[in-house]
Design a protein around this ligand. Structure first.
Ligand code: 8YV
Length: 323
C-alpha cells in the first residue's frame, strides 16, 4: 500500500508540475465542473488540495475534509476560504503573494492610461472608418501629470501601482487600515478614506475582500468622489457596491471606471455595467500573463508539498496552524 498522501487537484497544471506532485503524492485530478457533492466526497481521504479561488472553502467543506492538512490556492486572494474554519480544523491555507504584483500593477496602469487617453474610443473610431470618413473625432483625453492618484490598500500591489503612477507624474496618496506604511513603500501621503476619495482624480482598489471591506465603496463613497474622477478595481468585485457604481456611472456622479473584477463573475448577460460607455471592463485577467500564471502555479505546488513534508511553506495565510 502506498504511503504517499492523497491530494486533490482542481487546477490545470503543466506536465512538469504534475510530475512533481505525482512523485510525492497520490494525485486525484478533479473536473473543474465537478458537482459540490463530488468535491465533498473526494475530500474524505484528501490530505491536501490544490485549487483556484473559484472553489468555496466554507465550514461545510472543512467538515467534509477530516484528513485535510493543506489548502493551496493559485491566487493571492483567499476570500472564498473561511480562514478561521480552516484554522479550527488544523488546515494550513497557502496563497501566492508577490509573484503577481507586477502583472496586476501593469493591468492597473493600462486601465489608467486607457481611461485617461480614451484609447478604446480612438481605436474604435479608426477601426469603424471614422477617420477615413473624416468624421468628428472622439473627445480629447487627459494628461496624467499633476493629477492625484489615490490607492486604497497600500500593500505589495498598491505600492507597485504607486511607483508606476509617480512615474506618470501623478501625486499619490493612500489609505489602508493601518497608517504607518511598510518601510520599503514608496514615499506617498496617507489620507483618511473620505479625504482620499474627495481629493483623487483616480481611486484604485488594492485591498483584500473580507467582511470589513465588503462594499467599502458604496453610494456615499461614490458621492464623495469628484464628478471628474475614475474608479479602478483590479482587486475584488465585492469591494464595490456594483448597483451603486452602475448608478453613479449612469448619472455622471463619477467620470468612469476601469474594472477587472465584478461582484458576480462571470456577469449575467443583462448586467448593464460592462456595456456602459464610460466603463472599460476586463474578464478578471489581472494576473493572467503567461509567466505570472506559471509562477503562481509553481508557488502553489511548493506551498502544498512543503506542508505535506512537514516543512514551513513559503506563503501561509494562517501560519499559527504550523505551530
Ligand atoms: C486570478 C486572483 O484570477 O490572485 C488572485 O487573487 O484573483 C487572480 O490572480 C485567480 O487566482 C485565477 O486562478
Amino acid at each position: 500500500m502506498s504511503t504517499k498522501p492523497q491530494i486533490n487537484v482542481i487546477v490545470r497544471l503543466e506536465d512538469d508540475l504534475q510530475a512533481q506532485l505525482e512523485a510525492a503524492c497520490n494525485v486525484r485530478y478533479l473536473d473543474f465542473d465537478a458537482s459540490r457533492a463530488d468535491l465533498l466526497a473526494a475530500m474524505q481521504d484528501a490530505e491536501g488540495i490544490l485549487l483556484s479561488p473559484r472553489v468555496r472553502g466554507d465550514a461545510e467543506f472543512f467538515d467534509a475534509s477530516p484528513k485535510l492538512r493543506v489548502l493551496s490556492t493559485t491566487s493571492v486572494g483567499y476570500d472564498p476560504f473561511d480562514i478561521p474554519e480552516a484554522t479550527k480544523h488544523g488546515v494550513v491555507v497557502c496563497h501566492t503573494p508577490g509573484v503577481l504584483t507586477d502583472a496586476v500593477a501593469n493591468l492597473t496602469t493600462s486601465m489608467v492610461l486607457n481611461l485617461a487617453l480614451r484609447i478604446f474610443e480612438n481605436e474604435a473610431y479608426v477601426r469603424g472608418g471614422g477617420w477615413a470618413q473624416n468624421a468628428p473625432r472622439p473627445e480629447l483625453g487627459l494628461d496624467t501629470k499633476g493629477k492625484t492618484f489615490g490607492v486604497i490598500g497600500f500593500g505589495r500591489i498598491g505600492q507597485e501601482v504607486t511607483r508606476r503612477m509617480q512615474a506618470l507624474g501623478m501625486k499619490t496618496i493612500w489609505y489602508d487600515v493601518f497608517d504607518t506604511p511598510h518601510p520599503a513603500a514608496p514615499p506617498s501621503e496617507f489620507r483618511p478614506l473620505e479625504a482620499l476619495l474627495a481629493e483623487s482624480d483616480f481611486v484604485s482598489l488594492h485591498t483584500n475582500l473580507d467582511d470589513s471591506s465588503h462594499h467599502l465603496i458604496g453610494a456615499a463613497e461614490l458621492a464623495t468622489m469628484k464628478p471628474t474622477a475614475y474608479l479602478i478595481n483590479t482587486a475584488r468585485g465585492g469591494l464595490v457596491d456594483q448597483a451603486a457604481l452602475t448608478q453613479a456611472l449612469q448619472n455622471g456622479a463619477i467620470a468612469g471606471a476601469g474594472l477587472d473584477v465584478l461582484e458576480k463573475e462571470p456577469p449575467t448577460a443583462n448586467d448593464p455595467i460592462y456595456t456602459l460607455p464610460n466603463v472599460i471592463c476586463f474578464p478578471h485577467i489581472g494576473s493572467a500573463t503567461h509567466e505570472t500564471r506559471r509562477a503562481m502555479r509553481e508557488l502553489a505546488v511548493e506551498n502544498l508539498l512543503a506542508v505535506l513534508a512537514g516543512k514551513r511553506p513559503p506563503a501561509p495565510v494562517n501560519p499559527e496552524v504550523l505551530g
